[in-house]
Design a protein around this ligand. Structure first.
Ligand SMILES: Cc1ncc(COP(=O)(O)O)c(C=O)c1O
Length: 461
């Protein structure tokens, strides 16, 4: 008999107390943080949905593995264990460990991009695009149009539009396109997956044109789950098999292990071509560390090796992970709060431009909504809209992304269903009082990745 409900495939062994604050305390805290949820102290936060990055609860097996870390400067046993885990689960032969995902993006961009090159990708991710531009390249978005439409229920909003990709290659020439940057699960679009058919088609096209395909495999596990649920022919395959197949349609991948891989810090670049690996390793020693630890300690590599195997050991893990995200999405949907559809893999994305339709995009509706939700309940989310999109490096003008979202991102194995209930109640309360939410303006704007450290104030009446 098919089970009616799912529950987490683990039980809680250790807890970390969190405290509820008063409205006055939260008013002071958000003012001090310049209305930027990134600048709040975590002890002022009740339920922390800022990010699913590095916020995972590790398992008892991972904590035990920490004790086995081999901290040798060169030739650490833990490195070889990690390389075996990456090879067995993702299929890549060459492992370059980095301190986190952006370290891998930096190396990849430096070895493959020449000034003037063009890098097509599906939507963009902040740090990924930064490193592509930093290396002298220009990012071009080739994601399907549906990805920009929050109401669309298209099942694979992470897909690359082959016509858009062909047009970019025809315009610039294949020799100016070193690789396609393919995010397997598109964070900025709401945690949306690509389909296996699309991954295969893009890879075949690129191979025929001498262009590499480099995955951002940060949340490829969650995409494997959506493929199993939604794509014909995959319903009876295991998550482990689907994940391996995803990676076969690529020449390498960057990875922020702080997500799918169930650790608090770490990442890697993995490739098939030994010559690319050689180039990456020669930069690795300058920017991260020796090639057998890169940016990680031996114990971090041990916990990561266990996390990589654990995430695919049973399909129940990812089913309950995405199931919890979908539970929160359903609560908000039922209350009529506009969210990105279908609910993605790592969080629920609220359509701030629709909810706060009295605010123009230049009044930073998503930033204002994230601050309002924090004020209501101490639940911390994050802006993913005009502030995150930054300025065009050529014109210096604000980019105006089509999506103006607040992301409520769910850490893995950390919060219970009751925390999701409290979160939903708070968002619904703010939605009921939406007219009272005022727009914001910058009081400080850093030059790079401004969303992390910008400060704001309410626009005076
Ligand atoms: C899709 C994606 N790529 C890359 C990164 C960067 O990884 P890290 O934060 O480990 O540097 C992130 C982090 O949030 C991400 O979500």
């Amino acid at each position: 008999m098919k089970r009616r409900s799912w529950a987490e495939p683990w039980k809680i062994k250790m807890i970390e107390p969190i405290a509820m604050s008063t409205r006055e305390q939260r008013e002071a805290a958000i003012r001090e943080a310049g209305y930027n949820t990134f600048l709040l102290r975590s002890e002022d936060v009740y339920i922390d949905l800022l990010t699913d990055s590095g916020t995972t609860a590790m398992s008892d097996r991972q904590w035990s593995a920490l004790m086995l870390g081999d901290e040798a400067y060169a030739g650490s046993r833990s490195y070889y264990k990690l390389a075996d885990a990456v090879h067995d689960v993702y299929g890549y032969e060459e492992l370059i460990p980095t301190h986190q995902g952006r370290g891998a993006e930096h190396l990849l961009s430096q070895i493959l991009i020449e000034p003037g090159d063009v890098i097509p990708g599906n939507m963009y991710f902040t740090t990924t695009r930064f490193h592509q531009e930093y290396a002298g390249g220009t990012f071009v978005d080739v994601i399907v149009d549906e990805a920009h439409v929050p109401e669309s229920d298209y099942p694979f909003k992470g897909n690359i539009d082959l016509d858009k990709l062909r047009a970019v290659v025809n315009e610039h020439g294949a020799d100016r396109v070193p690789y396609v940057s393919f995010e397997t699960n598109v964070n900025m679009a709401g945690g949306q997956p690509a389909s296996m058919a699309n991954l295969r088609e893009v890879y075949e096209y690129c191979r025929a044109n001498g262009i590499y395909v480099m995955l951002d495999a940060t949340r490829a596990l969650e995409t494997a789950f959506f493929i199993q649920q939604r794509e014909a022919g995959y319903e009876d395959k295991s998550i482990a098999e689907i994940l391996r197949e995803i990676c076969t349609y690529s020449d390498g991948a960057t990875m922020s292990s702080k997500k799918d891989n169930l650790v608090n810090i770490g990442g890697f670049l993995a490739v098939r071509d030994p010559d690319l690996a050689r180039q990456a390793r020669s930069l690795l020693v300058a920017f991260e560390g020796l090639h057998t630890y890169g940016g990680m300690s031996g114990r971090d590599m041990e916990a990561l090796a266990v996390g990589i195997r654990e995430m695919v050991a049973t399909d129940d893990h990812v089913r309950s992970r995405v199931g919890q995200v979908q539970y929160l999405g359903r609560l908000l949907d039922e209350a009529g709060v506009p969210i990105v559809h279908p609910t993605g893999g790592h969080g629920v994305f609220i359509d701030a431009s629709k909810l706060l339709d009295h605010l123009p995009q230049d009044h930073l509706p998503a930033q204002a909504l994230a601050a309002a939700i924090y004020l209501d309940s101490g639940v911390r989310g994050m802006e993913r809209g005009i502030v995150s999109a930054g300025r065009d490096p050529e014109t210096g003008k604000n980019r105006h992304p089509k999506l103006e979202l607040v992301r409520l991102t769910i850490p893995r194995r950390v919060y219970t269903q009751s925390h999701m209930d409290v979160t939903a109640e708070s968002v619904i309360q703010v939605a009921e009082e939406r007219d009272t939410v005022k727009g914001l303006e910058f009081t400080y704007e850093p030059e790079q990745l401004r969303f992390f450290q910008s400060r704001f104030r309410p626009i005076p009446d």
